[in-house]
Each structure stands twice: as structure tokens, then as C-alpha cells.
Design a protein around this ligand. Structure first.
Ligand SMILES: [Zn+2]
Length: 305
């Protein structure tokens, strides 16, 4: 119901006609939305901190592995994520490390058999299994997107299974008919495969992941602290986004400088970037598919991170 009310508000906002009868209907609908929100959405104080369970960022499978296995898994992770080697090459590294360790245990002799068995069992054979030990995968929600009007639909959970609505119920424009476009590939298949998807990476989980890393919270507070220390000495030469006049003078809801007066709170700045690209590369006959990314990056992090 909450999303329906938001949808009605968006549609109302798009009604631009300045005729008395239309304006009266618009006001009446806005009033009804207010009434609905009062009953449905609990009042929340903007200043209240929100609770978020970030325990999964602290309980990593890699912590339960022996040091030898940890180093092997780190090698695989860095090869893939930092050095950019392919999955097959990464899996080759993993298997070679297992083989090398096996040969070392052979040299030690039968007394190391238990250690050999335990260590080698902790080194997976595939890269996805190795990366899963680091809990790097973010939490996501896959929305179904209407191919006709691009309205998004959250999956419904029923008895542990996720499904999507079969047809789009959005009204793209005031006065238009319901879109009614098909949202899923096969309605007979439990409506679990949307034709078009939007994968939402949970923003709160991204922030929680940053704050969960040891030492990173202090690093992210430093730009604000530097502003506070140099309030009367604003740089004239910009070396970083944090030297910009915008961030130096940006005011918070209380009317004081938001980033220079952080108190005991963390004040984070994010950049939002949108880009689309042809996933099959540029060919002579032009793009056949397009994939879009909306990315968000925390600017409190040092550039080398
Ligand atoms: Zn639609």
C-alpha cells in the first residue's frame, strides 16, 4: 500500500494542467494520500538512528579456515578481483596451490595426514566457492521491470518462493489505460523469471559493509575532521572533491555546515553515476542490447580505495 500511495503521488506530480476542476481533484487526491499515509506509515523521526543487522559482515567463513587455506583463498581472490585474471586461470592457481601443499605434506610424512586432510578440504576448487568465503556478494533484490513502461515490481515471497505479478498494473499517464504488459517469461512456471530485471543493491548493506571493516570508519571521518580543523583556511587549489566550495559550505537541516560540524556522527558523501553500455560490444550494425548501471560511491573513502 505504501508503494501504491507513492505511485499515486508521482502520478499527481505529473499532472500539470492548471484547470480548476483538475486542480480540485488533485488536491482531493493528495488529501486522501495524506490520510492513507497517516494510517499505514508509522511516524518516524528523521533524526532517529535506524537499526540494521550487519552481523553477516562480521561472521566470515574465511575466519574459520586455517592460515594456510586463508592465504590460498586470498591468492585466488586477489587474482580475480585485483589482477583481473579469468575464472579458469584463477581455478588453475587454486588447484596448483592444493597440489603444492599436497607435495609438502608428502614430505612431512604420515604424521601430518590429519592436517593435510583438513587444510586441503578448506581450499575449494572453484572461484565462486573461494569468493563466497569472503562474503563479498552484496545483498540484492531483483525487481521485475515492465518492458513497455519500465514500472518496477518487487518480488513477492510465498512459502519461501519468490514470484512476480504476471501483468503490469501501472497507469503510465493520468487518464491512460492500465499498461497490462506481460512481466514474466512464462506465467505457467510460477512467475519467477521476469522478462526485464532491475537488480537493486541494498544501500544500507553497502554502508554497513564499509563501517564493518576495521579502521574504515575512522578513515571515512577524516575528510570531515579536516574541514573542521581548516574552517578559516579554505584551499584555493582543489586537489580533492573535499576541497570544493560546495562541500565546505553545504548546510544541514539545522542550518550549520553539515560536514564541518559532524559532532560525533559520521557524515558521508556519495556520488551517483548513471551509464548505459552495449554488453555485446560495438559492432557495425549498432547496439542490439543495452545494460544500464546506476552506481554509488562513498567519497569519504581515500581515492586509492
Ligand atoms: Zn507497464
Amino acid at each position: 500500500l505504501r508503494s501504491d500511495v507513492e505511485g499515486i503521488r508521482r502520478a499527481l506530480h505529473n499532472v500539470k494542467r492548471q484547470v480548476d476542476s483538475v486542480m480540485t481533484c488533485k488536491r482531493e487526491l493528495a488529501r486522501l494520500c495524506d490520510e492513507l499515509e497517516e494510517h499505514v506509515i508509522p511516524e518516524e523521526e528523521d533524526d532517529d538512528p535506524m537499526d540494521y543487522d550487519s552481523s553477516h559482515h562480521f561472521n566470515l567463513l574465511i575466519d574459520d579456515c586455517d592460515e594456510t587455506a586463508q592465504v590460498s583463498l586470498l591468492l585466488a581472490a586477489i587474482s580475480m578481483l585485483v589482477l583481473g585474471v579469468g575464472r579458469r586461470a584463477g581455478e588453475f592457481f587454486l588447484q596448483m596451490v592444493s597440489l603444492a601443499l599436497s607435495l609438502v605434506f608428502d614430505l612431512v610424512g604420515p604424521c601430518a595426514d590429519a592436517l593435510r586432510k583438513r587444510t586441503l578440504a578448506q581450499i575449494p576448487k572453484t572461484i565462486p566457492a573461494a569468493l563466497s568465503r569472503f562474503s563479498l556478494e552484496p545483498r540484492t533484490t531483483v525487481y521485475a521491470v515492465c518492458p513497455a513502461c519500465n514500472c518496477t515490481y518487487k518480488p513477492r515471497a510465498e512459502r519461501g518462493k519468490y514470484s512476480y505479478p504476471t501483468l503490469c498494473t501501472n497507469i503510465p499517464r493520468p487518464g491512460a489505460d492500465i499498461c497490462n504488459a506481460m512481466l514474466v517469461k512464462d506465467p505457467e512456471d510460477g512467475c519467477k523469471s521476469p522478462i526485464k530485471t532491475f537488480i537493486y543493491y541494498h544501500f544500507h548493506d553497502y554502508v554497513a559493509a564499509l563501517l564493518a571493516r576495521p579502521g574504515l570508519e575512522e578513515v571515512m571521518d577524516k575528510p570531515c575532521d579536516r574541514l573542521a580543523e581548516n574552517l578559516d583556511n579554505q584551499p584555493t587549489f582543489l586537489r580533492d572533491v573535499w576541497d570544493s566550495n560546495f562541500l565546505w559550505t553545504f548546510k544541514g537541516p539545522d542550518g550549520v555546515k553539515l560536514f564541518a560540524n559532524r559532532g560525533d556522527e559520521g557524515r558521508l558523501v556519495f556520488s551517483l553515476n548513471v551509464d548505459f553500455f552495449n554488453i555485446r560490444g560495438n559492432r557495425q550494425r549498432n547496439a542490439t542490447t543495452s545494460c544500464g548501471i546506476i552506481s554509488c560511491a562513498c567519497l569519504n573513502l581515500p581515492p586509492d580505495i
